[in-house]
Design a protein around this ligand. Structure first.
Ligand code: C5J
Length: 221
């Protein structure tokens, strides 16, 4: 299959490709979670939900593997370095009790994937303690076991967890493409810059394309 992408066409086979949705969890997208405690306007991120849902549904119909990640720490915070917990001056820190339970802690309401994109049976859900999806997780081994070589990325935030995960994937030999309207930042200028960085220099990190280009290739929208 071939997608019109930047900086040039992206080719993939569904059987060897996974859709990876990064951290589409309540803590980032809904008021009262981690994103808002850092002082961000979370409504910006909600805007990508319809396109992401439509793309997820098309990918499911095509029979492709889906991976959902969540930035979530163990309840005892043993996997949260003090440098991460103590940095800055947020209203609530990781592990503190907020309106959606303990901030960025696995199993709390805030760590759940939003209802519109909730995982279904057979999809992988990876809790990650870092920004990158490959750090301190079994994601690489799991993808290798399934013969996955290509990754289609969406999720939040573009320049933090999404870009970090794409760079980690690139270093591990995956061919990655970021779905432009299925990712967002609290800072629109950072999203624009991240997309440009990813595809610059002949796709130095990977490709970018609108999700409609993927759905057109799948032909099942
Ligand atoms: C952040 C993320 N922004 N999922 N996490 O802290 O991008």
């Amino acid at each position: 299959m071939r997608i019109d992408a930047q900086p040039f066409a992206y080719e993939f086979e569904i059987a060897h490709t996974a859709l990876v949705l990064i951290d589409m969890q309540r803590d980032f997208i809904e008021p009262g979670g981690f994103g808002e405690t850092l002082g961000n306007d979370v409504s910006l991120l909600e805007a990508i939900v319809p396109a992401t849902r439509r793309t997820l549904q098309a990918w499911r119909r095509a029979g492709g593997l889906v991976v959902h990640t969540r930035e979530a720490h163990r309840p005892d915070l043993a996997d949260c370095p003090p440098a991460k917990r103590n940095r800055g001056n947020p209203r609530l820190r990781i592990g503190d009790a907020g309106p959606m339970g303990r901030i960025l802690v696995a199993g709390e309401p805030g760590s759940q994937i939003i209802d519109a994109l909730a995982p279904i049976e057979g999809e992988l859900v990876i809790d990650k303690p870092g920004k990158g999806a490959f750090y301190a997780t079994a994601l690489h081994e799991t993808l290798q076991q399934r013969g996955i070589t290509h990754l289609l990325f969406g999720g939040v935030t573009t320049e933090v967890c999404v870009q970090t995960s794409m760079r980690e994937a690139n270093d591990r030999g995956y061919e990655g493409l970021l779905l432009e309207d299925c990712t967002e930042s609290y800072f629109p200028a950072f999203k624009t810059a991240a997309l440009e960085m990813i595809r610059a220099q002949g796709a130095i990190v990977g490709w970018t394309a609108p999700s409609a280009a993927l759905r057109a290739a799948l032909g099942n929208d």
